[in-house]
Design a protein around this ligand. Structure first.
Ligand SMILES: [Zn+2]
Length: 278
């Protein structure tokens, strides 16, 4: 799940030259190919225009989008068992790719603790922190396994207004790695807040989530774990577990609340429910 930030165009106007460069780069850029092979299957290439990020002067470290270079090829190579260079990171799969709507499979008992799974987890942590985000599911880097990671830090939380993080009940927590998570919603209380996703870059929508959940699963060593979570951590867990079912937040968002990050502070459309605990 994406960090919620409010470095909007209104707060930090985009210089015309940057805006023009951005527009030009989208207009002129050659298209870059997604991997033709994924999950060992041959697929028709999917093309997407090159992003105009990063935008100098607009994006502090927290919101900088980095280019992952040849990661698509690395990802395809990884699945084919070809070694990848250490500095290459998997690319985050973006919305529009049907792979995000495919359910993931359990990590098999014989795979748990293996070098392959450890490598996947290590890669996920690097990708999530580099994005940066507060959660990531393995399908988001093209790996159809039930693995989620999440982490929230004082630094990330410090970028959001205090009244907002208080309303969201957002508190820092250490990195959590959960294999084969099973989520149970607890109680009847829910909350409506905007959330984002690293696979839906630059957009937010209101999603109703349970305030409390309990997640059981295995840690990266295969030891059983149980996480009782509330508030924002519970939201992140629900968001990431949804990814493992092939669901992204736009599949369950409150209608008419989908908007760009730049418009996050504008009032909701008439008739939309109020943000907060229901
Ligand atoms: Zn997501």
């Amino acid at each position: 799940m994406e960090c919620i930030q409010r470095f909007t165009h209104r707060l930090l106007p985009l210089p015309p030259t940057v805006a023009q460069n951005c527009f030009n780069s989208v207009k002129r850029s050659p298209f870059r190919a997604y991997p033709a092979a994924r999950f060992g299957l041959t697929r028709k290439p999917i093309f997407s225009p090159t992003s105009c990020y990063p935008r100098p002067g607009l994006t502090p470290d927290l919101t900088t989008r980095r280019s992952y270079g040849h990661s698509s090829r690395a990802r395809a190579g990884w699945f084919l068992g070809i070694g990848k260079k250490e500095e290459e990171l998997q690319e985050i799969v973006k919305a529009g790719d049907p792979v995000l709507h495919e359910p993931a499979r359990d990590v098999a008992p014989e795979e748990i603790g293996s070098d392959r799974i450890r490598q996947i987890v290590d890669d996920m942590v690097k990708v999530m922190r580099k994005a940066p985000g507060v959660g990531l599911a393995a399908p988001q880097i093209g790996i159809p396994l039930k693995i989620i990671i999440l982490e929230d830090t004082n630094e990330y939380i410090g970028y959001a207004p205090k009244e907002e993080t208080k309303a969201q009940d957002r508190r820092p927590f250490d990195l959590l790695v959960i294999l084969n998570p099973k989520l149970k919603k607890k109680g009847n209380k829910t909350a409506l807040f905007f959330e984002g996703c690293l696979s839906v870059d630059g957009f937010r929508a209101v999603v109703e989530r349970h305030l409390e959940v309990e997640v059981t699963g295995l840690d990266r060593d295969g030891q059983p774990i149980k996480v009782k979570a509330s508030g924002w951590q519970a939201r992140i867990l629900q968001h990431e577990c949804d990814h493992l079912e092939g669901t992204i937040y736009v599949d369950k968002m409150t209608s008419r609340t989908f908007r760009t990050v730049e418009n996050l502070d504008l009032p909701l459309a008439s008739g939309c429910p109020k943000l907060g605990v229901c």
